[in-house]
Structure formats: structure tokens, C-alpha cells
Design a protein around this ligand. Sequence first.
Ligand SMILES: [Zn+2]
Length: 325
Amino acid sequence: MRFIRTMTGDISPEQLGFTYAHEHIVCRPPYWLEKGQDDLILDDVNKSEKEVLLAKQAGVDTIVDATAIDYGRCPQDIYHIAVNTGMQIIGTAGFNKSFLWSAKIPGENKTFSDWIECADIQELTNFVIDEVEKGMQGTAIKAGQVKFGTGYNSISPLEIKTIRAVCRAHLMTGAPIHSHTEAGTMALHQIKYLKEEGVDLHHVSFGHMDRNPDTYYHCLIADTGAFLCFDGIAKIKYAPESTRINCILELAKRGYQKQILVSGDTARKSYYRSYTHALGLPYIKEEWCSRLEIEAEQNGLNGQALIEDIFINNPRECFEFKELR
Ligand SMILES: [Zn+2]
């Protein structure tokens, strides 16, 4: 049976609809709490719910919440938001990146680093499998993707451990893999480990590709069959919108249209309409898509078909669980 796993239950790929592939809805990252970085804490459940409802009303059917446990994931809060708004939300198992792991695990007397260092790969693999098959953080709310991440131009030994554990959990559960790349770096190095673990790259999406707006690099990643997630829409502080759109159009022109995902990675209060009057979750669907469509047409592409692939057909393919043999 082909399926995609949302926090409120498994659905058929056809039910996925218009999808944002990498967002954050509620999160209380221990690392940023310790540093007193309030902008990075999304902790007002009512405001987050209001925003998700706005996105739903704008025509977004599914949001992937890319928050792993080490970034202060809140499965119960998000589950209630999904139920109250009717938004389909995909949860995330696994890990983020090692610089967050100096933080204390809430309610425990050790850090994430202590945990990952002391556990062997099999224990970490079992932990990730349980998040997909039993539930996250003691709940019955199951994750629909497994995640790992690496640092800026670096991969630490503990990150390698989590990459291997996440790959093995993917092979056991069929859950799709999502990768955090810091500022878009190291995807090709990550791929070496994924290949060593026997992962078919078509079940992997690489996040933050637009932070490294390098078409040559993007094509090398796309050649493996992987999905590329352009999730920094509206973040003009990193690059103007034209940079991200050009990267997407260049991939589409070269035949990789079926491997592109787009999202906003809204992990700050200052990205949310309901917290700070910012552009917010609805922006991509309400405004950004029409610009992409116009620029696609100017480049000789079918704009409507590109939008349908990026937001409907590609997520359907990317987030489907791999068939287990
Ligand atoms: Zn993110």
C-alpha cells in the first residue's frame, strides 16, 4: 500500500495536495532557550494555530514540520493544530545538527551530545524507528520523515553517527529522509555516507539548497535522483528572490523539474504574520507562486505545470514511504 504518514494518520499520496516541504510551526529549541534568543522560539500555540489556519484558507493542504527532537519539537501542540485547522502536517523523526547538541535535554541531566556519544548506532536507529512506528516523545503521534543534519562546511563524528542511524531507520521503516545542510553546504559529502548505507537517493530531500545558490552544485545533487528543497522563500536578508527563482528555473530547464520542492522554513517569530505581522506562512501560496509562474513563462517553461510539480506532484513522490521488501 502506497502511503504518506501525517501526524493525524496515514493518507494516500493523492490526498497530499498543495504542500510546503519544510516549515516550523511550534518549537522550543533548548539551545536557543539557553542563549535567550526569543525570536527563535515559536511557543505561542494559539498564534501558530492562527497562522496555520491562514495558510489553510490560502489553499495549502499539507505542511511538513521539519522540527526534530533536538530542536524542541512539540508533537502534541502540532497535533492539536492539525486537528483544529484541518491542515495535514507531517512530523519529523531523527536529528538536526551537532552545534545544537551542547544544550541540555529538557528534564534530564545530560546534553544531546552526551546522549548521542554514549548511544551506539543501533540504539539511535531504534530510537528513530520508534518515532516513526510508535510515536514521538511518548505520544502515539508518528513521524512521517527521518532527518539528519551537518554543520557549515563540516561533518562531525557525532553527525556521521546520526546519518548512519537515520539511513538504517529509513531502510527499516521506508520513511523518507530529509537532510539539513548548513547554508546549503556538504550535501555531496553527505551523499557518500548515504550511498555507503545503501540508500536510494530518490527517497532523500536536501534542505536549504537556496542558501548555496550554485547551479553546478545543484545539478550534481539532482543527478543522484534526490529532491532539492528551496526553503528560504522571502528571506531577502540571504539573497534577493531573483537568486532563488533563477536556481529553480535553471534546474527546471535542465530537466530536473520533478525534483524541486519549495517552502519558507519559518523558524522565527519574525517570519510569522500572527506573531509579528510578517509575510507569514500564506505568502508563498498567496503571492510568490504567481511571480514564479510569470518568470517561468518568460524563460519558455510552462509556469502552471512547474507550480503543480513543485507543490503537488513532487511532494507526493518525495514523502511517500518506500516500499519494503
Ligand atoms: Zn528548518
